[in-house]
Design a protein around this ligand. Structure first.
Ligand SMILES: Nc1ncnc2c1ncn2[C@@H]1O[C@H](COP(=O)(O)OP(=O)(O)O)[C@@H](O)[C@H]1O
Ligand SMILES: [Mg+2]
Length: 329
């Protein structure tokens, strides 16, 4: 009989894990389950261990990985409940670069967190499958294999190109896979289950670009985006009325990397709610006739967004509407 994560291999039950590291988040879960167990931001808060949390910050310590208790040691804050707490001197760092894992020390902290807090089971009990970008270099692949076998003692380890998995997930072994992620968009031909690496085309436009387009759009509309953590309370106001809110008293020494990260999350939320892709070739008149969506900003200001919804995304398709120099390369 097979258990809840039942997967039989040679008659034995194995709880194989899947890790999908991306620029925006890392997805981790059991093979054969429909959704990942966790979707963890691909950034880690790194701050001095000496900081003693005040009463307000006393969220359960579960998500904090403390490497040691020595004074100069650093503390790592992983996942939203820990990362989104304003903490003095906590810098936000990522372990990804150009679609690959780049900072291995930080990535180890993330894997420690995955095994101890998400999977909650020893790594040596679970075969691991990792996805990788087709252009991942050989040293990076070797390093990952070494880490999984030597540090985590994985009983089996497999690396698959994410384009191949995307094709299989859609029931095809031959496909042209277009993957729009946070930091880039790629088009990769997959033939009979093999990704044609040399034919891969990449563009640096992705979700992050949409967030920066949103920033530009709101700045042009003179709408001030405030980060959620800076608001203590807000009043109910009418549409397009000036926001009335009480700012929150924040600890001193918040780093700009953390503030920028939190603000980016806010712009992303705006994009997720408001942005819309035109189903046909973009046309101002049709865009104007599509119903608008309502969006309330953290400070309480709210209004409807109409044709702007398409302007955010059209830059990905229509060169004249933004980033003309950034085509597929
Ligand atoms: N509904 C949505 N509308 C627009 N962008 C979205 C939406 N959902 C997710 N995104 C963007 O997609 C990106 C994440 O895509 P994903 O493939 O998970 O990235 P990665 O593999 O690089 O981690 C983020 O930039 C996110 O803001
Ligand atoms: Mg991705």
């Amino acid at each position: 009989m097979s258990g809840p994560n039942g997967m039989l291999y040679g008659g034995d039950e194995i709880g194989a894990l899947v890790f999908d590291p991306g620029h925006h988040s890392l997805r981790v879960g059991y093979a054969q389950e429909d959704t990942p167990k966790a979707d963890i931001p691909a950034v880690i808060g790194v701050g001095p261990a000496t900081h003693i949390p005040d009463a307000e910050e006393k969220v359960p310590d579960g998500n904090v990985t403390q490497s040691a208790t020595k004074k100069d040691e650093l503390r790592y804050y992983i996942d939203v409940t820990e990362l989104h707490v304003p903490r003095p001197n906590m810098e936000v760092q990522t372990y990804m670069k150009d679609g690959q894992i780049d900072n291995w020390d930080l990535f180890e902290k993330m894997l420690d967190y995955c095994y101890s807090k998400v999977i909650r089971s020893p790594s040596e009990h679970h075969p691991a499958l990792f996805t990788e970008a087709v252009w991942t270099t050989r040293p990076a692949r070797e390093k990952l294999a070494e880490l999984l076998f030597e540090k985590y003692q994985a009983p089996a380890f497999f690396l698959v190109k994410n384009a191949v998995l995307a094709a299989f997930a859609n029931g095809k072994s031959t496909a042209l896979v277009v993957d729009a992620g946070a930091s880039q968009t790629s088009a990769i031909p997959v033939i009979d289950g093999y990704a044609l690496t040399s034919a891969a085309a990449r563009s640096p436009l992705g979700g992050d670009h949409l967030a920066s387009q949103a920033k530009l759009l709101l700045a042009n509309m003179h709408i001030h985006m405030l980060p959620l953590y800076s608001i203590q309370s807000k009043e109910v106001i009418r549409e397009r009325e000036r926001a009335r809110y009480t700012p929150r008293v924040l600890p001193a020494g918040l780093t700009s990397s953390w503030q920028q990260y939190m603000l980016k999350r806010q712009y992303e939320d705006f994009v997720h709610t408001v942005a819309q892709v035109s189903e046909m070739v973009y046309d101002e008149r049709t865009a104007a006739s599509v119903p608008g969506v309502h969006y309330e900003f953290p400070g309480g200001y709210h209004q409807d967004f109409g044709p702007e919804r398409f302007k955010l995304t059209e830059c990905l398709f229509e060169q004249t509407l933004g980033a003309p120099h950034l085509g597929m390369c």
